[in-house]
Write a protein that binds this ligand. Structure first.
Ligand SMILES: [Zn+2]
Length: 285
């Protein structure tokens, strides 16, 4: 069984001069097409989907183009782009797929910038949170992006149905995620710590998890931990395979939502490495 890739060309239609630009996804998509993955197109999330996570005033402000900060421009029609990306996460959750849509989401809290961060870090709606609330199941969220998912933590802090685990570079934007809080478990790592330290830390993080408790695993799949990228932990393709193997070993229904990762070529190869190892382990081969 090959994990389906959730993608719509619509997500390439904005922000071409920004580091979070369309090329990162376009290149990754072309690599995954060459490698034989099946693609499925998502529908936009509707407002009810967004309102399970975000305050009505915030959704209204994004719709009107009133939200802009130093990292996160108010692009024309960003509401439409952002809700297709959230729709991608919902479809990934429904079919156990990998949504390779943009904009990313894990820095967006209920009301925008979360837990005291100054910006929304390229995010508008919290796609993985929208998908988790859509399913309404007991969910383990594993965030492997190189930045702490401050928005996701803010949204689910104290939520009995959800456990949040994040491995991320520290110190770094947004400056949160230094220690565990309630149901949110944070593992800050030094810059360029490398594949082995990362894998050992992930083992430690997952050793405290009773996977049986969860009906589904949602992965905030960021690849800016790749060596040389924006939040480098010095990871290589092999390291993403190690991550995929550990996620597969949880033996739960799983979906993936793209967060960061700013070299499209690395993103494509890293997704392939992660999914191949995930599938091999999940299928017990
Ligand atoms: Zn990131």
């Amino acid at each position: 069984m090959k994990t389906k890739i959730i993608f719509s060309e619509k997500c390439l239609g904005y922000g071409q001069y920004h580091v979070e630009g369309p090329e990162r996804v376009r290149k990754a998509v072309s690599i995954l097409k060459d490698r034989g993955y099946e693609f499925v197109e998502p529908q936009p999330a509707n407002e009810d989907d967004l309102l399970r996570v975000h305050d009505p005033d915030y959704v209204w402000a994004v719709k009107k183009g009133f939200v802009e900060d130093a990292d996160t421009p108010a692009y024309d029609n960003i509401f439409e782009f952002a809700r297709v990306s959230s729709g991608g996460a919902i479809l990934a959750a429904k079919v156990g797929g990998f949504s390779i849509m943009r904009p990313p989401g894990h820095h967006a809290g209920r009301n925008g910038a979360a837990l005291g961060a100054y910006t929304r870090g390229f995010c508008y709606f919290n796609n993985i949170a929208v998908a988790v609330r859509f399913l309404g199941k007991r969910t383990l969220i594993l965030d492997i992006d190189g930045h702490h998912g401050n928005g996701t933590q803010e949204i689910f802090l104290g939520d009995e149905k959800v456990m949040y685990i994040s491995l991320h570079r520290h110190p770094n934007y947004p400056g949160t995620g230094v220690s565990h809080e309630l149901n949110c478990f944070n593992y800050p790592l030094p810059p360029d710590c490398g594949d082995e330290v990362h894998a050992r830390t992930l083992d430690k993080a997952l050793s405290s998890v009773d996977a049986e408790r969860f009906e589904v695993v949602g992965v905030s799949a960021g690849f800016d931990t790749h060596a040389g990228d924006l939040a480098s932990l010095g990871l290589t393709e092999r390291g993403y395979g190690e991550i995929g193997r550990r996620i597969g070993a949880l033996k739960r229904p799983t979906f993936f939502v793209l967060e960061g990762g700013y070299s499209g070529e690395n993103v494509g190869k890293d997704i392939d490495a992660l999914l191949k190892a995930f599938e091999k382990e999940a299928e017990g081969k």
